[in-house]
Design a protein around this ligand. Structure first.
Ligand SMILES: [Fe+2]
Length: 205
């Protein structure tokens, strides 16, 4: 693969590895340590943008002081990212306008720069004043918030405001939801195992 892509992909991973802390960080780092990140394993996912990526630049600017190395690496990798959405989601189930305000991209994963071994690492974007409703998955999940604040809850508890810089850990199958305020959310996101089963929304009673 072209070193113009390999170098920034490795920079992002190293910046995350160096700065990540909080609950779940050790699990993510342990899984990261056993991934094949050699040049031979690297692939170009093919750049793909989605409407929600209009928020990317302002999110990167917002996290410059929080995580300078990550922000700088993000600016370098942006043009190569392959943004995607959960195929089970639509405006009909997520709310009017949701799909224009939500996207995620993998650094490690099937549409990332390394395929990964039962491990996903990437970014999630959610536009202002959106609710990502309660959902769950078998994968243990870490979010590291690069912008904020945003509201989070687990297991249908009360929403709590979480600031930029916080990490949030979701145990396997525990439901969780995210609500943004006036600013868009950019978060680093990882699934540490059991990545083959997609997220499912909690059925309304
Ligand atoms: Fe999740």
């Amino acid at each position: 693969m072209n070193d113009n892509i390999y170098a920034p992909a490795m920079w992002v991973i190293e910046a995350i590895r160096t700065s990540l802390k909080g609950e779940g960080a050790a699990d993510v780092k342990a899984r990261l340590a056993v991934q094949n990140l050699s040049p031979g394993a690297a692939v170009d996912p093919g750049a793909r943008r989605l409407p929600a990526t209009r928020f990317f630049a302002e999110c990167v600017a917002a996290c410059m002081f929080l995580a300078h190395d990550v922000a700088a690496a993000l600016a370098e990798i942006e043009e190569f990212l392959h943004w995607k959405q959960n195929p089970n989601y639509s405006d009909a189930v997520m709310g009017e306008g949701y799909m224009e305000n939500y996207a995620y991209a993998e650094i490690i994963g099937p549409d990332g720069f390394f395929p990964g071994d039962d491990f996903l690492l990437g970014f999630m974007l959610l536009g202002p004043r959106r609710l990502y409703p309660d959902h769950y998955h078998p994968a243990p999940e870490l979010y590291w918030l690069l912008t904020g604040p945003s509201d989070w809850r687990q297991d249908k508890s009360e929403f709590r405001s979480r600031a930029a810089g916080e990490t949030i850990w979701h145990p396997p199958r525990m439901s969780h939801a995210t609500r943004t305020g006036d600013s868009p959310l950019l978060a680093i996101w990882a699934w540490t195992r059991h990545v083959g089963v997609p997220a499912r929304l909690v059925e309304e009673a």
